[in-house]
Design a protein around this ligand. Structure first.
Ligand SMILES: Cc1cc2nc3c(=O)[nH]c(=O)nc-3n(C[C@H](O)[C@H](O)[C@H](O)COP(=O)(O)O)c2cc1C
Length: 298
């Protein structure tokens, strides 16, 4: 969604005056009138949902209790979802896991030194270091696949081993890898380049609400969730697990950063519509759930 339309909707549903909306969204009178026509239905829908949103937190916790659960797609015999998302495209092999030699650090030091790191040096990450971070957070150690069920085992836990998370990388400074947006294939341990325009780094920065550490990062991880992978087994309760799973990945990446002289900052503040658009997902079947900016410590 373009910025003007977003700002128009944002202020309109809050009951702002025409003058205020034109000022905030930087609209001409003609643009304002045109949005009044084209966005009338969207406004109604948002207004209705905004009223529901007041109670969504407690309702979510309540309605995902087992007492409310319906029979799962798995129990109904719905075909199993794939455990891996394959995006075709030009791929880059990462240094193989068994070849990685990372400095040893005690678990005690990794845990006690971890702090959110928002300032980074100009130093690049090496491909080995990136490979190591991906190993910690997303890499597939084992794929179990048959006609009925498919799941993976990784270095992080996941409810029912459903592993619903996907990893996209905004690479700014990794030696040997061209800047740009990539999708990580956790089984092949490869990156697939996504063509999203020359200004992709600015798009990611803007979608992260202009947070400076994203622009300065060596790499920003953009983590999405495919709810159906988990909901196939756990129905609505799956949505609780998506966020819990993402937390484990974030912590593993944070601790792994300590081992390579890097730091991470977890990011929950981003414009959902824009971040989903950046990685090319619809916000429902797949949506951005978390992001982490990473770079060598200053
Ligand atoms: C779920 C979550 C979302 C966060 N989102 C942001 C964010 O968008 N921007 C930011 O600067 N820090 C963000 N943080 C980092 C917190 O501000 C930080 O963890 C907190 O202030 C404690 O500091 P520490 O991590 O150095 O111990 C987030 C942390 C978590 C766990």
């Amino acid at each position: 969604m373009n910025k003007k339309t977003y700002e128009y909707l944002f202020y309109k549903v809050r009951g702002a005056s025409k003058e205020e909306i034109m000022k905030q969204a930087k609209l001409s009178e003609a643009e304002y009138e045109s949005l009044e026509n084209s966005q009338a239905d969207t406004i109604k829908e948002i207004q209705k949902d905004r009223d529901r949103a007041v109670e969504i937190g407690p309702d979510f916790v309540k309605l995902t209790r087992y007492i409310y659960a319906h029979i799962s797609p798995q129990q109904e015999g719905v075909p199993r979802p794939n455990a891996i998302k394959d995006i075709p495209g030009e791929s880059i092999a990462l240094p193989a896991i068994e070849t990685l030699e990372m400095p040893k650090i005690s678990l005690h030091d990794a845990i006690s030194n971890r702090r959110s790191t928002r300032q980074y040096s100009e130093e690049e990450l090496t491909m080995e270091e990136l490979s190591f971070l991906l190993w910690a957070g997303f890499w597939v150690k084992e794929l179990k696949s048959n006609e009925r069920v498919e799941f993976t085992l990784r270095n992080v836990p996941s409810a029912g081993a459903r592993h619903p998370l996907e990893c996209y990388l905004m690479i700014n400074r990794v030696r040997g890898i061209k800047e740009g947006l990539y999708h990580y294939h956790p089984l092949k341990h490869e990156l697939v380049k996504l063509e999203r325009g020359e200004d992709i780094a600015q798009q990611v920065h803007a979608a992260a609400l202009g947070q400076e550490m994203v622009a300065k990062s060596a790499v920003t991880f953009i983590v999405s969730a495919i709810p159906q992978r988990t909901a196939w087994r756990y129905v609505q309760r799956a949505y609780r697990y998506l966020y819990l799973d993402a937390g484990h990945v974030g912590q593993n990446i944070s601790l792994a950063c300590e081992a390579i002289g890097a730091g991470a900052c977890m990011i929950g503040a981003y414009q959902d519509e824009d971040m989903n658009e950046v990685i090319g997902v619809d916000g429902r079947e797949e949506f951005v759930i978390y992001a982490f900016s990473v770079g060598k410590k200053a």
